[in-house]
Design a protein around this ligand. Sequence first.
Ligand code: TYM
Length: 344
Amino acid sequence: MALQERVFSGVQPTGNLHLGNYLGAIKRFVELQGRYDCIYCVVDLHAITVWQEPAELPQAIREVTAAFLACGIDPTKHIVFNQSQVAEHAELAWIFNCIARLGWLNRMTQFKEKAGKDRENASVGLYAYPTLMAADILVYRATHVPVGEDQKQHLELSRDIAQKFNNDFARSIREHGYGEAFFPLPEPLISGEATRVMSLRDGTKKMSKSDASDYSRINLTDDADAIALKFRRAKTDPEPLPSEEAGLKNRPEADNLVGIYAALAGATRAGVLAEFGDAQFSTFKSALIDLAVAKLGPIGAEMKRLTHDPVAIDAVLADGAARARKLAGETMKAVKDVVGFVRA
Ligand code: TYM
């Protein structure tokens, strides 16, 4: 079977989307549309691996969808949907649960971080999370996966699962005429200046939805005043900015703010430092605030406008889900043949 190049990625509908989600993922989703067929998913099945309030989940799903659209993803040329509308994700995940090894999952650092000390009390879903992620990608036989740095280990696991499936079922794959390699080994696309955006309060910690302090992150729905206030309060060090990239070493807060500026401007750290080298943080922060407000302001405003019309958003999701289901259904039929299930 010829493998077509295809992009898949997902974002969880859990809490506010922030600058890390935007620069590390969604902004890059938008850029890839010109080169690939893309599938972008609101991964609600992943969200419920930790408790989600049922009364709030629909709004969270619609808000991520609104962010996709507001940032410039075109749901008519590409596919935008929420995961729970395509049952094949969960179906393939079960098969992958039987492919992945306990030892592989035991190595996942994100599970260790998220489960914390009370591991016995974490959901089974949180533990098996990476096999569902592999299913998300491979049910579309996607070849490229844009993500932030924090998802790298999960993608390596997806590759291991694809590889083991291809090996374990090599004979059956051949006998059913599905060629040599059934699943592609999906390639992570982790690049640019903001693959790991850090907290504004602590340059050694990742910017995250779950940080207790809202001052640690810029939310996509923050208005100009909030953006300005948060960057003004962002932690820095006493030195002016260096004029070369090497000077950012051991200066995590400076490195983070310069990286954010570079990513927002579509420039490199070196280019930003060529302009702002020797500047005081107060000067640099003013420029950063202007840039961030110019880039994020329209996105936040458009998100607000879109979320006022949930019916229109749900229609986008339903249409995307119908198209996704078609592709996923084809893969599942073939998977069932390969595994040896009897089907109609
Ligand atoms: P999630 O919802 O935590 O994050 C969505 C995307 O944002 C990126 N990201 C960041 N990038 C840079 N700096 C940060 N501080 C930062 N924080 C988050 C994430 O790397 C991600 O790309 N497991 C995934 C969702 C998922 C998925 C998939 C992704 C489910 N199935 C299949 C790709 C393919 C997650 O929890 O992302």
